[in-house]
Unconditional design. Structure first.
Length: 233
């Protein structure tokens, strides 16, 4: 058997397995989110966990800790993610990565729509005292900062992973960095007392599900783009 063909087949198998794994993760995270949302609507057992976690954070907060929490929250704020979205889109336009550009725009726009849609559907009120760190009134579930930063940093990691000079170590490090940043932003919202625990966990779940769906769609679009390029030669 031709060695090059065997290597190509093995690579296609690994890619297929990865995409199937991403789709499974997408479904699992979506089910977790829906379970949390149902629990909140029905005011079931997770309510006591929310109260206990919120109390643990705020009872041990300090002025210095609050300042750090505000800074970390700012990193994952809608304004920061909008800047990232525009900068990433400009970079993709410059290098004519049209399929990835479409995925990038859909990922960011979709995450915003998901947050607004579920906030209005669930109508969960913010924790008491949250107004000290908020500008204006807003709803609580899911955490917009958590969703936005998870999708934003996740898509940025995706861009690095599919770049021409990407290596396995670089991919691992950038994925770990994206995960750490998303968790840090979510934790900062808990520390400041502007969200409940389930707001953040639900945000991570729905953002992770949406991110996996976008990456799978992006890889499919990139594959089609490569096929069209080959046919056009």
């Amino acid at each position: 058997m031709d060695t090059r063909k065997q290597t190509s087949d093995e690579r296609k198998f690994r890619i297929s397995a990865t995409l199937i794994g991403a789709l499974i993760a997408c479904l699992v995270l979506l089910l977790i989110f829906l379970a949390i949302a149902r629990n909140i609507v029905n005011q079931q057992q997770l309510a006591s966990i929310d109260v206990n976690v919120l109390s643990a954070f705020r009872n041990n907060s300090t002025p210095a800790g609050d300042q750090i929490g505000v800074i970390v929250s700012l990193i994952g704020s809608p304004i920061s993610m909008m800047i990232l979205a525009v900068a990433g889109a400009a970079w993709l336009v410059r290098f004519k990565r049209w399929a990835t550009l479409a995925t990038w725009i859909i990922a960011f726009a979709g995450s915003t729509a998901l947050v607004e849609g579920f906030k209005r559907a669930i109508q969960r009120v913010r924790p008491t005292g949250a107004e000290a760190f908020l500008h204006g009134a807003s709803l609580s579930f899911p955490s917009g900062h958590t969703v936005g930063s998870t999708v934003g940093f996740g898509m940025l990691a995706y861009l690095v992973c599919i770049s021409d000079n990407s290596t396995p170590l670089r991919r691992l490090l950038v994925i770990l960095a994206a995960v750490i940043m998303a968790i840090a932003v979510g934790a900062s919202r808990l520390y400041l007392g502007v969200h409940y625990f389930t707001d953040v966990i639900g945000g991570l779940a729905i953002a992770g599900s949406w991110l996996m769906a976008c990456i799978v769609a992006g890889e499919w679009a990139r594959g089609r783009e490569r096929q069209e390029t080959v046919r056009g030669r």
